[in-house]
Every structure is written in structure tokens, then in C-alpha cells.
Design a protein. Structure first.
Length: 353
């Protein structure tokens, strides 16, 4: 997976590169017309999503038997991945780790930067460059906006580039969460996503999952979105602008009960108070944006309830037993979708389908 000299030599400095629109930057993170560094939800088109979902479906079938599990775990047994998670994570970390194991990729990890030589003054840029000396892929979560993208940009200018996968960056993007979210919709609706009404609820301003999921909605026709949030945490204008540009109708409302009645999917999120500057979350009454047990009677029979998790109080635990509660299956879907993505990036997905 060597980059051509042409690719590396024509790129501008980072300061001139990163403000560009994503559509301009995507070619730099592709290779031979395929996604190489997975950084933005906008990199997934409908064909790629379908291909990844078919691969994920096949992986879960094949690995039910030892022969199949042994076969897929041999596909990438020559590859190693670094999981660099500089922000807390349970699901993304665990699902990527186990996705690697499903397809035979060996793993190493840093989850606490105080155990890295960054404490000796090494820059994060030099630290991540070091990983590429040892591994064939970097899977990364980082609190700093653009840092995952910058890592991929840096790698692509070195003599030993390795693909970089975004496991969540700043408040901006969580593309593989959006991938597993759409995979969950795909499985729940037997592949028929067109014409669905998706209701996103909660702290939409600071939630990177709802941003990435909104981007992916452009791949389906007849989608309608409702953004239900307190006025303090409304969806950011850049996403609304994106939806307008792609002709996706949306409403912004505080009327959760009204929006849920026609929903095909309700996507709950927690308040993202880790991004507070001065305790502003405490000033907001979040309780109108909880999905309570009594709401089960108000939603459609085939509506699914989703959540990227972790949750606090925004979904009653009593809701978990309802067959429409999809969030536990959703988090397991993450392992299969991420395994499919890694297989695709290394070019072995065709040996699974
Ligand atoms: N959904 C999600 O990103 O969960 P974690 O923060 O536990 O990885």
C-alpha cells in the first residue's frame, strides 16, 4: 500500500490543507478509488455501505462455525493494528479490538497517554508516527479536533504510510459509529432504508455521532429527519446546511412526543457535558428528552429505538426488554461492521463475501 510520489509531493502544508471542504480532501485519503484512511462519514457512498453490510452479514454467518472462523481469522494474520485511544471508550475500543481478532489482525494499544513517551515531551505527531514503525493500521480516538485527520495526512507524507481509521475525533466526527448505526437500520428494515423518518434526540450540538449519521442519510432517498433537542443544544448550522444542499427535509423541534409518533427510528443521545466550558449543561432541563417506558405505546409497532451508548437516564432501563429497543444489538453490530471495514481497507473483503 505504498503511496505514489506524486500523491505525497503535491500536497500543501497542513495549515492550508485542513480548512478545505471535505469533498476536496477525500481523494487524498483514498487509494485506487477505495477508502484508505477512514476519517469522514462523507467517504461512505451507498454502494460502499451496501458492500460493507453484505460483508458484515457474511462474517457473522461464517464465524458461527469453527471452520469459518478459522478461515476468516487467517485472512489478515500478517497484519498488525495499533489502537490509540486518547479519550475514554468502551464500545468503540472493544468492538475494534474484537473486529481485528475476528479477521486475524494482531493488536497493540495505548489507552492512557500518561504511559506513552508523550510525558517525556514527545509530540503527539511524533508518537503516532512511531506507531507506523510497528503496525500496518492505526485506529484512533482523540479529543482534539482534526488530530485523527492530521495523523492520516502526516502518515501519507512518510515513506511508510499506514491507513488511519477514525474512532471518534473531537466534537466533529465518529464515522464508524455512523456506519454501524446505518448497518443497524439496514438490518432492522431488511435493507429498505428509503423513505424512513429518523428522529435524533438530545444534545445534538455536541454529539459527534448524530453529525456523522446525518451525513450518511444523503445516501438514501426520501429520508426525513427530526432534530429534537433543548434550544441550547440544537444541531449545528453546518449540518443543516449540508442537509439543505442535499435536499433532505428536516425539522427542529422540542416536541419529542409529536416527533416520535411517526418515527421509524428514534436515535437517543446523552448530554455531552464533557464539552462544558462553565457547567452550562446543569442549566438545561434534559428530562423532556428522555424516552420513558410510557412512550412505548406512542411509537409505531416497527419503530426501532437506538442509542450509540453509553446512556445515563435518557432511556428507561425498563425499555430494554421491548423488542423495539435496538441499542444492545446496535453495539454488537459495531464489531461486524468494523471487521468488514478493516477487511475492505486491506482488500480482503471479496474473500469473505
Ligand atoms: N458509542 C461509543 O462511541 O461508545 P464508547 O464511547 O464507549 O466507545
Amino acid at each position: 500500500m505504498q503511496r505514489t510520489q506524486e500523491m505525497t509531493s503535491v500536497q500543501p502544508d497542513w495549515e492550508n490543507f485542513y480548512p478545505r471542504p471535505v469533498s476536496d480532501k477525500v481523494p487524498f485519503f483514498n487509494k485506487d478509488g477505495r477508502v484508505y484512511d477512514c476519517l469522514f462519514a462523507q467517504q461512505f457512498n451507498r454502494d460502499l455501505l451496501t458492500l460493507l453490510f453484505r460483508t458484515a452479514d457474511r462474517l457473522r454467518e461464517v464465524t458461527q462455525h469453527k471452520d469459518g472462523a478459522d478461515y476468516v481469522s487467517g485472512l489478515l494474520s500478517d497484519k498488525r493494528a495499533m489502537l490509540y485511544f486518547a479519550q475514554p471508550s468502551t464500545r468503540t475500543f472493544m468492538s475494534f479490538l474484537n473486529a481485528c481478532h475476528v479477521i486475524g489482525v494482531k493488536t497493540s494499544e495505548i489507552r492512557d497517554t500518561s504511559t506513552s513517551s508523550e510525558v517525556k515531551g514527545e509530540t503527539p505527531e511524533d508518537t503516532v508516527r512511531t506507531f507506523s514503525s510497528y503496525v500496518d493500521m492505526i485506529i484512533m480516538r482523540h479529543p482534539a479536533p482534526n488530530f485523527v485527520e492530521k495523523t492520516a495526512w502526516l502518515m501519507n507524507r512518510t515513506g511508510r504510510p499506514v491507513p488511519v481509521v477514525n474512532g471518534g475525533s473531537g466534537k466533529d466526527q465518529h464515522p464508524t459509529q455512523a456506519l454501524l448505526d446505518v448497518y443497524t437500520l439496514y438490518r432492522s428494515f431488511n435493507g429498505d432504508l428509503d423513505g424512513r423518518h429518523v428522529v435524533m434526540v438530545g444534545d445534538l450540538k455536541r454529539g459527534r455521532t448524530v453529525r456523522s449519521l446525518s451525513y450518511l442519510m444523503k445516501n438514501y432517498s426520501g429520508i426525513r429527519l427530526s432534530f429534537v433537542s433543548p434550544k441550547e443544544f440544537r444541531m449545528e448550522p453546518d449540518i443543516l446546511e449540508f442537509l439543505k444542499r442535499h435536499g433532505i427535509p428536516y425539522e427542529e423541534t422540542e416536541d419529542f412526543k409529536g416527533a416520535m409518533r411517526t418515527a421509524d427510528a428514534i436515535y437517543m443521545t446523552r448530554i455531552q457535558d464533557e464539552h462544558d466550558k462553565a457547567g452550562e449543561s446543569k442549566a438545561v432541563d434534559y428530562s423532556p428528552f428522555y424516552f420513558k417506558r410510557e412512550h412505548l405505546k406512542d411509537i409505531k409497532e416497527n419503530c426501532i429505538i437506538m442509542h450509540p451508548l453509553p446512556r445515563r437516564h435518557e432511556i428507561d432501563v425498563a425499555v430494554d426488554a421491548d423488542p423495539r429497543a435496538m441499542y444492545w444489538r446496535q453495539e454488537r453490530n459495531g464489531m461486524w461492521a468494523r471487521a468488514a471495514l478493516i477487511a475492505y481497507i486491506f482488500g480482503v473483503d471479496g474473500k469473505i463475501r
